[in-house]
Design a binder for this molecule. Structure first.
Ligand code: T5A
Length: 207
């Protein structure tokens, strides 16, 4: 099973992924957790170019292709092999992030995005995607706390620093993705307390 977590900044993905992993381990499952951009040594190098404050001033097309280059490596060399060995794979962000951030957020053409996706990873999709939905201001406040003691060129805040209206488009983009893929996507109210969000994830997984 390939499970992905999506949502805006500070929506609680990392927190829920750790709790879900612990649940699977308690029940005797093999599980690996990973993240995007990143997840392999090559893709982690690309991550630095994409998310660090001074990673580079990419054109929109170059940025999208870097995300999918990293994703191609991640899928082919880590995710698919782990799934073949019977592990559950939980990933912090995946293709929906590119559609939400670069597509809905920055206005990159969705059809071209889809074509690049098909070229990079074919029709490979998660089995389940949890979209953690949170009011933009609350999410950015949570993410801000995480970065309060880290403020230099390597800080991973290139996207957090964008304006509030970008994050609003992003949020609506995720809700639109969920509407288009109701069989795969589950939208959760991420303003609930951590335990309540976790309980809803466990109910949805039923493992
Ligand atoms: N990106 C990524 C793209 O633009 N396109 C792409 O294709 C991809 C893959 C890096 C950036 O890259 C962009 C999007 C991002 O800007 P990231 O590393 O996933 O992505 O960065 P963030 O989303 O910023 O990750 P965060 O760590 O900020 O957010 P999380 O993981 O969603 O939140 P988490 O769990 O760390 O929680 C944040 C804080 O909130 C608290 C936690 O304790 C923590 O302090 N918290 C709660 N508090 C109250 N109630 C709850 N229910 C809470 N849940 C968590």
């Amino acid at each position: 099973m390939f499970i992905t977590f999506e949502g805006g900044e500070g929506s609680g993905k990392t927190t829920q992924i750790e709790m879900l992993k612990a649940h699977f381990v308690r029940h005797g499952h093999e599980v690996i957790t990973t993240r995007e951009p990143g997840g392999t040594p090559e893709a982690e190098k690309i991550r630095d170019l994409l998310v660090q404050r001074e990673g580079g001033n990419w054109t929109p097309l170059a940025e999208v292709m870097l995300f999918f280059t990293a994703r191609h490596m991640h899928v082919e060399t880590k995710i698919k092999p782990a799934l073949r060995e019977g592990s559950i794979v939980i990933c912090d962000r995946f293709t929906d992030s590119t559609i939400a951030y670069q597509g809905y957020g920055h206005g990159f053409d969705l059809q071209i995005l889809n074509d690049i996706k098909t070229m990079s990873i074919g029709d490979f999709e998660p089995d389940i995607t949890f979209i953690l939905d949170i009011d933009v201001k609350d999410g950015l406040a949570r993410a801000g706390k995480r970065m309060a003691n880290h403020d230099d060129a390597t800080t991973e805040d290139r996207f957090e620093r964008l304006k509030t209206d970008f994050h609003e488009r992003l949020r609506q983009g995720y809700l639109s993705i969920a509407n288009h893929h109701p069989q795969r996507c589950i939208v959760l109210d991420a303003t609930q307390n951590i335990e309540d969000v976790h309980s809803q994830i466990i109910s949805a997984i039923q493992l």
